[in-house]
Write a protein that binds this ligand. Structure first.
Ligand SMILES: [Zn+2]
Length: 258
């Protein structure tokens, strides 16, 4: 468990992350994604917090399997998820869609449309903490695999995130930072930003520290999926003078084949 500003980061399963945000005044404690119950319960117990809100980004098992046990342990906790995926998410107390806002004592979470990895995928933006919980859409130095959606959908998802402020911290569903950075290095990232991060990742690994929480501003210098509109990235992808959408799709395809 690591705390980064307002966000408590919990490592789950082999490479998943779950997140807690707590508000002392109201007692509200919000969880984003529930890969497994045990480490989340351990963090709650250690902090003396009682879970009140469970927000789900998408239906994959490694994001929802902990929900049932957490509801047993915290009967007052309610569950929010995408209405579009209600049929394959755990039972929802609150079905939400893009543009909805989830008001909590810790601030308002804006529900953002984030299809591509799955079609019903949503993300949650907490402006008060300048935090984007992106699940398996935008990831640190990369983006999620296209299991259901199209490259165009993921392009639009990430374009929506790109409108957020530079200070926004990205809290994604997995720790794929090392593999994503190795791949991102092919696509003309900012050399200084790349060198800094190449040096930092082994230090984080050694300390057992999370790789998430990078800022959108830094990602604009590294993440090829946020840079597909740049000529040097199109060139590196082997698609000079192509539209950003096509470059984006090509990069995602190359990652699948990497
Ligand atoms: Zn997933």
């Amino acid at each position: 468990m690591h705390t980064q500003d307002a966000v408590t980061i919990i490592r789950c399963l082999s490479d998943n992350y779950a997140y807690l945000i707590h508000d002392a005044g109201s007692g509200d404690t919000i969880l984003i994604d529930a890969p497994e119950a045990a480490p989340i319960q351990a963090a709650l117990t250690q902090q003396g917090w009682s879970l009140t809100h469970i927000l789900l980004t998408h239906h994959h098992a490694d994001h929802i399997d902990g929900v049932a046990a957490l509801r047993d342990a915290y009967p007052q906790a309610q569950v929010w998820g995408a209405a579009a995926d209600a049929h394959r998410l755990p039972p929802l107390d609150h079905s939400v869609g893009p543009g909805d806002v989830i008001d909590t004592g810790a601030g308002s979470f804006a529900v953002m449309d984030a299809p591509g990895h799955t079609v019903g995928h949503v993300a949650f933006y907490l402006a008060r903490a300048q935090a984007l919980f992106s699940g398996d859409s935008l990831m640190v130095h990369g983006c999620g695999r296209l299991f259901e959606g199209t490259a165009q959908q993921m392009f639009d998802t990430i374009a929506g995130f790109a409108a957020l402020p530079d200070e926004t911290r990205i809290y994604s569903g997995h720790d794929y930072a090392k593999a994503n950075l190795d791949f991102a290095a092919r696509f003309a990232p900012d050399a200084q930003a790349l060198a800094l991060r190449v040096a930092e990742l082994p230090r984080l690994a050694e300390a057992g520290a999370p790789t998430v929480g990078v800022t959108l501003g830094d990602e604009r210098r590294l993440n090829p999926y946020l840079r597909a509109h740049l000529p040097q990235v199109a060139q590196a992808a082997g698609m000079p003078d192509s539209p950003a959408e096509a470059v984006f799709a090509e990069i995602r395809q190359q990652k699948d084949n990497a």
